[in-house]
Design a protein around this ligand. Structure first.
Ligand code: UAG
Ligand code: ATP
Ligand code: API
Ligand code: MG
Length: 492
């Protein structure tokens, strides 16, 4: 595509060069630049892309986009100055990829917890309706057999637009997409045209990045400031209720859901056993009797959000209710591992205070014996959530094993110190086992008849991030190996 086509759509000044050049791709990382790319120089939190312009050019970039004045003459290479490089990058990506979200129906899901779960449920429901549906989120990006790599839950705008185009080419009519607060703050979804948006909840996480809950909320709220078709909002959540009240009489329809009276989609009659859950949603004078194989109070919320979004898309209610009866669970969320022992093992992705509290309450209700919890907290992330999670586990578990969960550049022992600060307040029993494999061994050795071992925090993750290295760590496999070793030791 000619650079001039992109220029037409963005607020920019052409400082050098001409706009007649052909641009074949966009790249914000100089190390990955290819011939024909437009290099976007971003001033980041860690470094400044402007320092890598020469490298980008040496790798073949033919044009540069930046917020800064050019400091070396890049006459042969068009140089565009923009007020906001991330916003310009998003627009350029949409233009270069032919604005796929204008033809697709993209449903964005935001909130602290439950995005992946709600997205998976919604995709299953839409596909049951016969709609080809792509998904973008924490578990990867998929569409009808196509699998596309990306690093983030909500990828960079350049990747998002590329993914949406690929999904459209794959025949997608719908795309369900997790929208993280980082994604919103860093303008990754600025040029995605959303058919609808869901808000699951807002509880403490990511304060390393947002600093305060208010600015975290404001980031999430941006999804609802776009020109969206409708909103589906959890009104049992305090921040959700604020959002609902603010947007209720606005430009688009907002459906509140929850157990409390204010909801438009009012949930009641929740009843669960270990095989599933039943509940009712009253909406627009109708009763929707929901029967599902899924358990966990939080999944009642996740399913309700998915049901109401599908309903807003025009899917017939009987199809939705039929689909949720046997809907597929989400990998790494409340996932029971078949250990063939008298105790049970569950893997879950709880990595926030609210997530951990919820999963522990669910398991407490279904466990006759002791609840043994293995968990840690991510390094280089919200430090203040650690002691709160320690406190929660101390109160709700019979025994906690404090271990590592992606220490990244931090010292694992220091992270555990922070968790320990919270757990000691409760008087709950615990030990520190920083090596996660040893922590799993300890838990499995302790577990007796009717006990439940919860492995929290890693969920679907098949790795442990130590410094910048991603070391293979597959909890499902490791559990099996440990149990096999224990068996053969007993046989000796
Ligand atoms: C806090 C955050 O989100 N940071 C993102 C941000 O990084 P940054 O601004 O610090 O970038 P930087 O390292 O300073 O570099 C500035 C620019 O120079 C470029 N560069 C750098 C070095 C070089 O040699 N050449 C070069 O061109 C970089 O590519 C970048 O464009 O912009 C980068 C690229 O534009 C992102 O990769 C990076 O994500 C980091 C790695 C990250 O870990 N993000 C996580 C926290 C995240 O986004 N998580 C959310 C939430 C998950 C959830 O709760 O579900 C997600 O959506 O995944
Ligand atoms: N609606 C919910 N409310 C509170 N906790 C939830 C909810 N849904 C799931 N959880 C808990 O949070 C964990 C993460 O769920 P899920 O992966 O769906 O969230 P997410 O918002 O996608 O997280 P991430 O921000 O890491 O992408 C689950 O394993 C479960 O313990
Ligand atoms: N999306 C979350 C995932 C956390 C997963 C947990 N295993 C950790 O590393 O803290 C984050 O980036 O904060
Ligand atoms: Mg997710």
């Amino acid at each position: 595509m000619k650079l001039s086509k992109i220029l037409e759509k963005i607020d920019c000044q052409l400082m050098y060069g001409n706009a007649d050049k052909d641009i074949t791709g966009l790249e914000f990382d100089s190390r990955k630049c290819k011939p024909g790319d437009l290099f976007i120089a971003i001033s980041g939190f860690e470094s400044d892309g402007n320092n890598y312009i020469d490298e980008a050019i040496s790798k073949g970039a033919v044009a540069v986009l930046s917020e800064k004045e050019p400091n070396s003459k890049v006459m042969n290479h068009a140089y565009l100055k923009v007020p906001n490089a991330r916003k310009a990058m998003s627009k350029a990506a949409a233009v270069l990829n032919g604005d796929p979200s204008k033809r697709l129906k993209v449903i964005g899901i935001t909130g602290t917890n439950g995005k992946t779960s709600t997205a998976y449920f919604l995709r299953s429901i839409l596909e049951y309706w016969g709609k080809t549906t792509g998904i973008i989120g924490t578990l990867g990006n998929y569409c009808k057999g196509l699998e596309l790599e990306s690093e983030h839950t909500t990828p960079e705008s350049v990747e998002i637009q590329r993914l949406l185009r690929a999904m459209e080419e794959q025949g997608a009519e719908y795309v369900v997409m997790e929208v993280s607060s980082h994604g919103l703050d860093l303008y990754r979804v600025e040029d995605v045209c959303f058919s609808g948006a869901v808000f699951t909840n807002l509880t403490q996480d990511h304060l390393d990045f947002h600093k305060t809950m208010e600015s975290y909320f404001n980031a999430k709220k941006r999804l609802f400031d776009f020109e969206i078709g409708y909103g589906v909002v959890n009104t049992d959540d305090d921040y959700g209720l604020r959002l609902y009240k603010e947007k209720k009489n606005g430009k688009y329809k907002v459906t509140g859901y929850g157990l409390k009276a204010v909801a438009d989609g009012k949930i009641s009659g929740v009843s669960a056993d270990d095989k599933g859950t039943t509940f009712v949603i009253d909406i627009d004078g109708k009763r929707l009797p929901c029967i599902t194989n899924q358990i966990g109070g939080f999944n009642v919320y996740n399913l309700s959000a998915a049901i109401l979004a599908a309903r807003n898309e025009g899917m017939p209610e009987d199809g939705i209710l039929e689909c949720i009866k046997e809907i597929k669970g989400v990998p790494g969320r409340l996932e029971r591992i078949d250990v063939a022992r008298e105790f049970e093992v569950v893997i879950d992705f709880a990595h926030t205070p609210d997530g951990l509290e919820n999963i522990l309450k669910v398991l407490r209700n279904t466990t006759k014996g002791r609840l043994i919890t293995v968990f840690g907290c991510g390094g280089d992330r919200d430090v203040t959530k650690r002691s709160i999670m320690g406190e929660i586990s101390g109160k709700l578990s019979d025994f906690s094993i404090l271990t590592s969960d992606n220490p990244r550049w931090e010292n694992p022992d220091r992270i555990i110190d922070d968790i320990e600060e919270g757990i000691v307040k409760t008087g709950g029993s615990y030990i520190r086992v920083p090596d996660r494999r040893k922590a799993l061994e300890t838990a499995l050795k302790m577990a007796k008849k009717d006990d439940m071992v919860l492995l929290a925090g890693k969920g679907h993750e098949l790795w442990q991030v130590v410094n910048s290295e991603k070391i293979t760590f597959n909890e499902r496999e490791i559990i099996k190996e440990i149990l096999k070793d224990n068996e053969s030791n007993q046989d000796k």
